[in-house]
Design a protein around this ligand. Structure first.
Ligand SMILES: [Zn+2]
Ligand SMILES: [Zn+2]
Length: 138
C-alpha cells in the first residue's frame, strides 16, 4: 500500500508532496513547539529535503533549540497554520507538521522529546520512549 505524504496548510495556499518515506516521527514538548502549536507539543515527521516539493509561499520564524540547532519554522501568512520546518545548518532535513497531512492518520510517533518542558495537561503516550530533553547523540 503506497503511503501518500501530501498535505498543506489549513487554507490550501501552501501544499507539499513527499516522494520518500519518513526518517523519523516524533512528538516534542519543548516550549518552542508549545508556542508554535498552541498546545502541549508539536508532532514532527522528518523527511529528506530532496524528497519534498512545496508550492505556495510560506512565512517563517526562526527558533534556536537548547542545543543550538537553528529551526526555520514555516507557516501560512493567510491562515497561520504551521506547515513545515527546515534547518539552515542541516539542509538535507525537512520536517512537516503531522496535522498538516491530508491523511494525518499516517503519523505514528516513535518517541517524545523534551518531557522536561511538558505540561501536566499534555501527557504523551506512556508506552512510547521519551527523553527529558534531546535523545543521546547517535
Ligand atoms: Zn493557509
Ligand atoms: Zn520542540
Amino acid at each position: 500500500m503506497p503511503k501518500s505524504f501530501v498535505g498543506g496548510c489549513a487554507c490550501g495556499a501552501i501544499r507539499y508532496d513527499v516522494s520518500g518515506e519518513p526518517v523519523v516521527m516524533l512528538d516534542c514538548q519543548c516550549r518552542q513547539c508549545q508556542h508554535d502549536s498552541g498546545t502541549g507539543h508539536a508532532s514532527h515527521i522528518a523527511f529528506r529535503n530532496a524528497d519534498v516539493t512545496v508550492s505556495g509561499k510560506a512565512s517563517f520564524w526562526i527558533s534556536v533549540g537548547d542545543g543550538g540547532t537553528v529551526k526555520r519554522r514555516a507557516f501560512c501568512p493567510t491562515c497561520g497554520a504551521s506547515v513545515y520546518m527546515t534547518f539552515p545548518e542541516r539542509p538535507e532535513q525537512f520536517s512537516i507538521a503531522a496535522a498538516s497531512l491530508d491523511e494525518p492518520e499516517l503519523y505514528s510517533p516513535q518517541f517524545t522529546l523534551w518531557t522536561d518542558a511538558g505540561q501536566p495537561w499534555d501527557r504523551p503516550d506512556p508506552a512510547l520512549p521519551h527523553f527529558a530533553r534531546m535523545p543521546p547523540a547517535g
